[in-house]
Design a protein around this ligand. Structure first.
Ligand SMILES: Cc1ncc(C[n+]2csc(CCOP(=O)(O)OP(=O)(O)O)c2C)c(N)n1
Ligand SMILES: CC(=O)[C@@H](O)[C@H](O)COP(=O)(O)O
Ligand SMILES: [Mg+2]
Length: 639
């Protein structure tokens, strides 16, 4: 059922937020309606993060109406909920290419607009960044508001607390808007979430506060005198009722909770807060998916949707196309193997930093709910928690995206590897992810991991390798990282082992070429599949490395010695990656050969489809074949 197009008379008038401020207040509800519909049409065409955006229509409108953006700084956390913000800040015409190559990013970016004062993608950075802006304004003597808009999910991260702690102590001029929709990607978790629930559902406090304020208003001059201590009285009441907010304890003035879909309340409250200074936190209650019934019912399913996802959701079930069958994803294969082990071994527990669905842990959660720890958006804690569990004989598995593991490398090194603890890391989204772009690319895990002692690193090329790697990791008495991309997983690529032992590389084909054309290609992980036809065409020998550590250097050196040159191909940073390590290790064994290292170039790769991103850095099949062919051509010329 296609979405019916809707007129957008008011939205068409808005080029910049100043145009929004010129509209009558009475027309804003109609504008919010138009914005919500424009959002649905846009996400229908491009796909993207729908539910969070539906929840902030009124909040976005109210913020740009009340504050003097871009002079006042709006810092959105994560940035996945900024589609309306982009529409109101001069990017509406461009949104039809959202998250596509050359189009706007799915998150805020400084290079895109002066209305994006800070780039994001990873969560829980907004309070720190806005605090930096507030302190800079203080130093420069500038009068501006710095506003962090952070979700209840993002608020669960350590960094958010670190920033609150600092801001409250400094009494910085900072406004934090806590957008509480009771959801992270899945239902929000943790004691903070329970605290927010108590704040949301304590009508006694609200009644007490309102009646207290009414009494003060009726008491004339005495009331005015007392009014100056109104905030103190209110805080006192909260303490008496045992309902003081955590934020007040940290030095913030707490306002709310208010209904984030009630425009009048939002506009009045924000206007009041605009006139105040110091650390303030406004608790806004919103509904994820607001205004689209299927998304309100299933905010998890509508967190991110594919192109045509809106009309598909609204279609009667009989009209819904069946999901096409095909190979499973790497995520699915890994999750199935993990469940297989959990069924046999009570010691196996899984940890996720707020990514149950994306990491494929829904099945594990259903089957072994008491053995799944969703720790919130707390990657560092997830890793050290696994360390603690491992010291007591458990077999913890941290399921984590490569990009989010970046937060926790100190924990991997200091808490896990240094103590040689048996923790398995299932590192998903390793390599280029596509539409989420550089903030979410898993470019660095290999380069970071290869230098960490004790850490075994598997880069499986097919489902058979992946299963074997998980089996090995769970039996191994030390840490192990298993990495795989956001893609379909081939079942079995074949080949035979180059040596004894589970971590040995496999040989997939042997070149029949004559010197100087005998080239050994060593593929890392998911790159191997696309190397098979390339090596056939170029008549190169092909090895599936399988394990980046321990590196099976002896059999590889023997094989390399029979060749004229070595090529390595990995979906990870080329500098400091497996290829660099391999060529050096071969040279140290006296097998110095001309080498070509293919990997992610030394720059950030822009968003696009996964294939476009790979092509951008020379890792699509055509570019790989061309690079190897040119390399062989040079070998012949230089002979
Ligand atoms: C460091 C980090 N970990 C995980 C994620 C994945 N992620 C993106 S949005 C999200 C949920 C955020 O919840 P909340 O802040 O409440 O925003 P909402 O979607 O509810 O509006 C998560 C876990 C991320 N972007 N960054
Ligand atoms: C905004 C965010 O960080 C997540 O929603 C992320 O976009 C999920 O990515 P996947 O679609 O790869 O699970
Ligand atoms: Mg939320």
């Amino acid at each position: 059922m296609p979405l019916s197009p809707r007129q957008t008379h008011l939205l068409d008038l808005i080029e910049q937020p100043a145009d929004l401020r010129a509209l009558s207040r009475g027309s804003l509800a109609a504008l919010a309606d138009e914005m919500r519909h424009a959002l649905l049409e846009q996400v229908e065409a491009t796909g993207g993060h729908l539910a969070a955006n539906l929840g902030v229509v009124e909040l976005t409108l109210a913020l740009h109406r009340v504050f003097d953006t871009p002079h006042d700084r709006l810092v959105w956390d994560v940035g996945h909920q900024t589609y309306l913000h982009k529409m109101l800040t001069g990017r509406r015409g461009w949104m039809s290419r959202l998250r596509q190559h050359g189009g706007p990013a799915g998150f805020t970016r400084r290079v895109e607009s002066e209305y994006d004062p800070f780039g994001a993608g990873h969560s829980s950075t907004s309070i720190s960044a806005a605090l930096g802006m507030a302190l800079a304004a203080e130093r420069k003597g500038e009068d501006r508001q710095a506003i962090a808009i952070i979700g209840d999910g993002a608020m669960t991260a350590g960094q958010a607390f670190e920033a609150l702690n600092h801001a409250g102590d400094r009494q910085a001029n900072l406004l934090v808007i806590l957008n509480d929709n009771e959801m992270s990607i899945s239902a929000n978790v943790g004691a903070l979430n329970q605290h927010l629930t108590r704040l949301r559902s304590n009508p006694l406090i609200e009644r007490f506060r309102h009646s207290g304020e009414e009494m003060l208003a009726q008491a004339g001059p005495l009331g005015e005198l007392l009014g100056s201590t109104r905030a103190g009285l209110r805080d006192g009441m909260r303490h008496l009722l045992g309902a003081s907010s955590l934020f007040e304890e940290l030095g913030f003035r707490y306002f709310g909770p208010i209904d984030g879909h009630d425009l009048d309340t939002l506009l009045d409250t924000l206007s009041n807060l605009r006139e105040q200074r110091g650390p303030r936190l406004l608790h806004v209650v919103t509904q994820k998916g607001r205004g689209l019934a299927p998304a309100e019912r299933d905010p998890v399913g509508f967190h991110g949707v594919a192109r045509n996802g809106v009309s598909r959701a609204m279609a009667p079930s009989a009209d819904k196309p069946a999901t096409p069958a095909g190979p499973p994803t790497w995520t699915e294969v890994a999750a199935t193997r993990l469940e297989h082990h959990a069924a046999k071994d009570e010691r196996v527990v899984a940890i996720t930093p707020a990514m149950i669905e994306g990491s494929g842990l829904k099945g594990f959660a259903d089957r072994f709910p008491e053995r799944l720890y969703d720790v919130g958006i707390a990657e560092q804690h997830a890793v050290t928690l696994a360390g603690g569990l491992a010291t007591e004989g458990m077999r913890p598995v941290v399921a984590i995206y490569s990009t989010f593991l970046q937060r926790a490398w100190d924990q991997v090194i200091h808490d896990i590897a240094l103590q040689n603890l048996p923790v398995t890391f299932l590192v998903d989204r390793a390599g280029l992810v596509g539409p989420d772009g550089p903030t979410h690319a898993g470019s660095f895990d290999l380069a970071l991991a290869t230098s960490v002692p004790n850490l075994a690193i598997a880069a499986p090329a097919d489902a058979r390798d992946l299963d074997a790697a998980i089996d090995w990791a769970l039996a191994h008495d030390g840490p192990c990282l298993v990495r795989y991309p956001r893609d379909k997983c081939p079942a079995e690529l074949g080949g035979h082992a180059l040596a004894e032992g589970i971590t040995a590389p496999t040989l997939l084909r042997r070149s029949a070429a004559k010197a100087p054309r005998r080239v050994l290609v060593i593929g890392v992980g998911a790159m191997v599949e696309r190397l098979i036809p390339i090596c056939e065409t170029l008549d190169a020998t092909l090895v599936n490395l399988r394990w980046a550590r321990p590196l099976a250097i002896e059999p590889l050196a023997e094989l390399a010695a029979e060749h004229d040159a070595v090529v390595t191909v990995e979906e990870g940073a080329r500098i400091g990656g497996v290829g660099s390590e391999l060529l050096l290790a071969l040279a140290e064994r006296g097998v110095s050969r001309p080498g070509l290292r293919l990997g992610i170039e030394d720059r950030f790769i822009e968003h696009g489809s996964r294939e476009e991103c790979l092509a951008d850095t020379g890792l699509d099949s055509g570019s790989i074949a061309a690079s190897i062919a040119a390399f062989i051509g040079n070998l012949c010329m230089n002979r």
